[in-house]
Design a binder for this molecule. Sequence first.
Ligand SMILES: Nc1ncnc2c1ncn2[C@@H]1O[C@H](COP(=O)(O)OP(=O)(O)OP(=O)(O)O)[C@@H](O)[C@H]1O
Ligand SMILES: [Mg+2]
Length: 237
Amino acid sequence: MQESSPLVQVEQVCKVYGDGAARSRSRPAVFALDNVSLTIAKGEFVAICGPSGSGKSTLLNLIGTLDKPTDGRIIINDVDVSTLKGNALADFRRHTIGFIFQLFNLVPSLTALENVMLPLIPYRRKAGFDVPERARELLAGLGLENRLHHLPSQLSGGEQQRVAIARALINHPQLILADEPTGNLDSQNGSEILALLQRLNQEQGVTLALITHDPGIAAQANRVVQLQDGKLPGEEV
Ligand SMILES: Nc1ncnc2c1ncn2[C@@H]1O[C@H](COP(=O)(O)OP(=O)(O)OP(=O)(O)O)[C@@H](O)[C@H]1O
Ligand SMILES: [Mg+2]
């Protein structure tokens, strides 16, 4: 595959929250995304920026198939993901996408190793590789070989985010979606996490879409897209 072929095509996507009834004061419609189109090429690192409430997380969640657009289409690897349901959708997500969240979203009662294996626990036999072994390798590669059996509450913020990154990588995803992955880290830990994600992008060709408020992080991306009131007015190259 050529680097420039598209991995993600967001086509005229709208997302409206609420029932849209103008009379309803309790649940007024929120136009979180308004006719957004965006193409992300294979191997690209795109930073998604914009003020709070501009629709960044909404866009990332739609690309990640965690939610469906009100209108428009999202095509990933030539598959219109809005047509996928149930197991087909779960399989697609599991094969293609890794998610990293600002608040790490680790399960508090599970150890680091168990958290990393979690996405594949129901599919352990079908995975085609040794899931616990890969989880251990990923954690060791992130400098956590001595933290495998710690609970999230026994880990620092930077360590928790590294566990979350290992969890996102357990399926060998083609696309990593990261929603402010350094937002809760100090600058030292934040730089390390960014360096890690950049290595994945540059050395393994993993496509990276990352939301950030930090201009220094955005400057590292191949491309910056700026959301404003649910719209993408123009892209900086
Ligand atoms: N589940 C929901 N129900 C109703 N409105 C929502 C929902 N999720 C988001 N919104 C609204 O949609 C708009 C876009 O939200 P979104 O979370 O995408 O913003 P954001 O750019 O990620 O902001 P931040 O930088 O604060 O994380 C906001 O006005 C928000 O209040
Ligand atoms: Mg957000």
